[in-house]
Design a protein around this ligand. Structure first.
Ligand SMILES: [Fe+2]
Ligand SMILES: [Fe+2]
Length: 329
């Protein structure tokens, strides 16, 4: 059973799963003794130093940063800092891991979100767009990455499942817009807008890594998720061939991905030039901004604790540049 770091007690034995955040082999002061293993181990409640004084090299070979390991040891206190003296460790396989024990997760029901995703895909009538969506979401590896990824490092939807949650919100919003601005009246091509909504941030599965912590990858930093996502769409469409998804449809979809940030200074290489692109941009902004207010009002990002100051006001938020009034809630 999982025991959380926040519940560790000094002098008590531990046998639980922890994620490796740092790993070093450090020489003993007496160099003849070789090296000891120094780990930083984390779960969603905190972190603790791990030390293995014996069999260090062997234990070090058994884990890498980002791995979840089953550890046994004893909690000790050294200079008033708790540390875990390790006696054994074993790398756990993906099926043995519940990532939610180590990182903050979406407050929504993942299963229900996946079902909604499938229902939205099934509602797309355009055969090319549906084939493209099926190519993405029928690929188990992509699907897992999409439903597990965070939508951000900070600011909004910055937890596991955040990308799926945010993408569904954007999809529901463009659906609503397509109802009051239908294609027959010069409004949205609903299938195109919906496909764009579900795919607009797919580049984030490559932009972020989240083990041991949510952070940007090298290609995330160098290319960014709009360009990465556009390349992913182009690749899948090319694999299906022009007879399945027409090049002019792919072009408009790529336009949606590249313009969803809306403004050049917000990272869009070109400005929205179709009604679907305009709707997608505002839907994306709305989903992100409302969630940002929600998270600030809740006191802090999930997993960070937090709370209120002076009763009626949230802590000051640097990104919004203000505290939020919480009223009598
Ligand atoms: Fe985005
Ligand atoms: Fe987005």
């Amino acid at each position: 059973m999982k025991v959380f770091i926040s519940n560790f007690r000094v002098n008590e034995p531990v046998d639980t799963a922890l994620m490796v955040a740092e790993k070093r082999l450090v020489p003993f002061r007496d160099q003849a003794k070789g090296r000891y293993l120094a780990l930083v181990l984390v779960d969603r409640t905190g972190q603790i130093e791990g030390r293995a004084w014996e069999n260090a090299e062997e234990l070090a070979n058994g884990c890498e940063v980002g791995d979840v390991i089953q550890v046994t040891g004893v909690v000790e206190e050294y200079r008033e800092v708790r540390q875990l003296r390790l006696t054994s460790l074993r790398r756990l396989t993906e099926s043995e891991i519940d990532l939610g024990e180590f990182l903050a997760v979406t407050p929504r029901d993942r299963q229900a979100m996946e079902e909604r995703l499938d229902a939205l895909i099934a509602s797309v009538r355009h055969p090319g767009l549906r084939a493209l969506l099926t190519a993405f979401f029928g690929d188990p590896q992509f699907r897992r990455a999409y439903s597990e990824a965070p939508a951000a490092k900070r600011v909004h939807h910055n937890y596991l499942g955040g990308l799926l949650e945010h993408s569904l919100e954007v999809a529901e919003l463009v659906e609503a817009v397509a109802r009051f601005a239908p294609e027959a009246e010069g409004g949205l091509n609903r299938d195109l807008a919906l496909t764009g909504a579900l795919l607009h941030d797919i580049g984030k599965v490559r932009e972020y890594r989240y083990r041991p912590l949510i952070d940007l990858t090298d290609e995330g930093k160098l290319l960014g998720h709009t360009v990465l996502g556009c390349a992913m769409v182009r690749e899948r469409a090319a694999a299906l061939g022009p007879e399945v998804v027409a090049p002019e449809v792919v072009l408009e979809l790529e336009h949606l991905l590249l313009t969803h940030h809306g403004e050049l200074e917000w990272g869009a290489p070109v400005l929205p030039q179709t009604v679907e692109a305009a709707a997608l941009h505002y839907a994306d902004l709305l989903s992100g901004r409302v969630k940002q207010y929600q998270q600030v009002a809740a006191g802090a990002s999930p997993g960070e604790g937090g709370g209120r100051i002076a009763g009626l006001w949230s802590p000051y938020d640097g990104v919004l540049g203000r505290s939020l009034y919480l009223g009598q809630r």
